[in-house]
Design a protein around this ligand. Sequence first.
Ligand code: S3P
Length: 448
Amino acid sequence: MSQAHPVPAPLSAAPGQALKGRLRAPGDKSISHRSLIFGLLAIGETRIEGLLEGEDVLRTAQACRALGATVLRDAPGRWRVRGAGIGGLTEPEGILDFGNAGTGSRLMMGVAGSHPLTATFDGDASLRKRPMRRILDPLVQMGATVVSEAEGGRVPLTLKGPSETVPITYETPAASAQIKSAVLLAGLNSPGRTTVIEREATRDHTERMLRHFGAEVSVERHGEHGRRIALLGQPTLRAADVVVPSDPSSAAFPLVAALIVPGSEVTIEGVMMNPLRTGLIATLLEMGADIERLNEREEGGETVADLRVRASRLQGVDVPAARAPSMIDEYPILAAAAAFAEGTTRMRGLHELRVKESDRLAAVAAGLSAAGVPNRIEGDDLVVEGLAGRVPGGGTVATHLDHRIAMAFLVLGLAAREGMAVDDGSMIATSFPTFVPLMRELGAAIRD
Ligand code: S3P
């Protein structure tokens, strides 16, 4: 049985002084999950520096242990994984409980579902609502059996891997790095070539890490925006060192806070600038944001930069659907920025937001309404009528177990006339456990 959700922790944010100072957002969540999973699949000892110690990632660490890895924490952010190796996983004894974590559970379905073992996946009330058929369908094509599943292909579900996994060529039905990654990870334990075709390029951390651990991967363009990724199965992955860069999806919250709280100037250090993750920065620059990219350098195979952000007058913009994959987790915080802009912001093609930790499209629209910001959903688009810095606020937002909804509306509350409250901030610990103290250090009035 999945662990119960912790006691709800209401939080509120009030307008106050300008935000000033420097901070470093925690390690990237996508890379943190993957570094543990690749550690499990490698032979030898993988050393990880800067791991995000959020609840989602800790669940993945636990699952790696259950599948046969030794996972040790030496110091904050510094971890070691002694792998079981591809083909060497053990059958887990209990249920693999992924809590709130879509990424951890889906990637691990690819890993476990390609090994001759039976594993049961579960999670919290949010994860139990999220679609898993998008992962199970390709895994079944590769030979896995879905022994049982909750209605509609959801967790709790039990997956049995085949004695020999079949390599496939698979075109992902949605622009999703999680689907792509689950298939590639399953392809690691199948003889021959597994190919994933995506019509829109999504974050490429799995491909980069495959190479970093010694697998043979080729990446070609596919159509105008897509990619074709081919992996040669059953390589020996060799343990590697991983330095986890700072998460742009977490940095997004202090970044937008600095833009909308008058007089602010904040520097966010070492933010990963992978072009498949920087759609929010591109959009904010189009809106007139004062964001300087300083001190660009390489860290752990990724370009990182310090971002100096100053409070700015923003203009509404039209955000094309093609940009969605590179800013998929940033729409809640972009909506907060759009509320303070002058004029209309239209965000196009947001259908995937309906299947995140919550129905984010509905949750963002309801949150904006609670803050007194005119908005509407038109098909898959969200339209926000910006109030040019004069957002009433004063409402309470239902967060639906969604960390990014909680953080986005706390940030909005820092610049809204009456502030803003969220019904539950406990889920912030899944991705950005230090959010509240770091924001307070900048001068933000966030109260429990
Ligand atoms: C992630 C992919 C995205 C993103 C999620 C992390 C990943 O999900 O929303 O937070 O690490 O692969 P989808 O692949 O479902 O779009």
